[in-house]
Ligand binder design. Structure first.
Ligand code: ADP
Ligand code: MG
Length: 255
């Protein structure tokens, strides 16, 4: 069964897109059929997968609006190893364009229904806010994966996000789960990181994934080459950590 996973955190810069791209590539390298959906108008997952967000024939917006079918818009990213439903600045129109539609939070869910069976895993890279795009991501998903940087305000944002997940469970997507929290840009030498990490473990237990993604310069460089770090610098710490994360999720979610 296909697993649809939304990478969500309304905070920007926590590693959603980085985790989405590198997890997609790592799962693909482990022979999983992967579709990455870029729901962020910034289009960083699109660029990071080697596609040009300025030269798209169609984007996730066309699919959300029902103007194009997902299969028409999905691109093959041979270097990265997975398929991409690309996004770009056009997506900023979604908020207004979807406003007066019935079932506006289900548009992505309905569009993916036609293609999801072709993949083992669908990863959805959400924008850094709890807007209509994110709501579509959470409605389409079986579960959320929450990338989180272990810093002082991290926990505050997390409770707002978990409230949103509960609201969605109570309304449009009763079976939505929290698949895991992944610590990104992790530096074990930093005492604040260790403190926040301990609080997360005490509070969330098993929901906190064991794998941590270290801060690693190769991870930050890879997108400028249009490649996941697992292709750009295979033997870097960042690349290896994403491979370990993929294996942890494969075990945990039976992917
Ligand atoms: P988000 O999608 O949550 O806004 P990004 O994935 O775009 O966050 O990451 C924010 C910034 O941090 C980017 O410049 C990215 O290259 C950098 N970054 C993310 N993860 C790492 C890491 N493990 N090591 C070094 N830099 C990272
Ligand atoms: Mg992002």
């Amino acid at each position: 069964m296909t697993k649809i996973i939304a990478l969500t955190n309304q905070k920007g810069g926590v590693g959603k897109t980085t985790t989405a791209v590198n997890l997609a590539a790592s799962l693909a390298a482990l022979d999983r059929r992967v579709l990455l959906v870029d729901l962020d108008p910034q289009g960083h997952a699109t660029m990071g997968s080697g596609a040009d967000k300025h030269e798209l024939d169609g984007s996730a917006l066309d699919v959300l609006l029902g103007d194009k079918r997902a299969a028409e818009v999905i691109l093959d990213c041979p270097e990265a190893g997975y398929a991409l439903l690309p996004g770009n600045a056009d997506l900023t129109a979604a908020e207004v364009d979807l406003l007066d539609r019935d079932g506006r939070e289900r548009c992505l869910n309905d569009a993916l229904a036609e293609v999801a069976h072709e993949y083992d895993v669908v990863l959805i890279d959400c924008p850094p806010s709890l807007n209509m795009l994110t709501l579509n991501g959470l409605t389409a998903a079986h579960g959320v994966l929450i990338p989180l940087q272990c810093e002082f305000y991290a926990l505050e944002g997390l409770s707002a996000l978990l409230d949103t997940v509960e609201q969605i469970q109570a309304s449009v997507n009763p079976t939505l789960q929290v698949f895991g929290i992944v610590r990104t840009m992790y530096d074990n030498r930093n005492s604040l990181t260790r403190d926040v990490s301990k609080q997360l473990l005490d509070y969330f237990g098993d929901t906190l994934l064991k794998t941590t993604i270290p801060r690693n310069v190769r991870v930050a460089e890879a997108p400028s080459h249009g490649l996941p770090v697992t292709k750009y610098a295979r033997f870097s710490r960042g690349s290896q950590a994403h491979r370990v994360l993929a294996k942890e999720l494969i075990r945990r979610l039976s992917l």
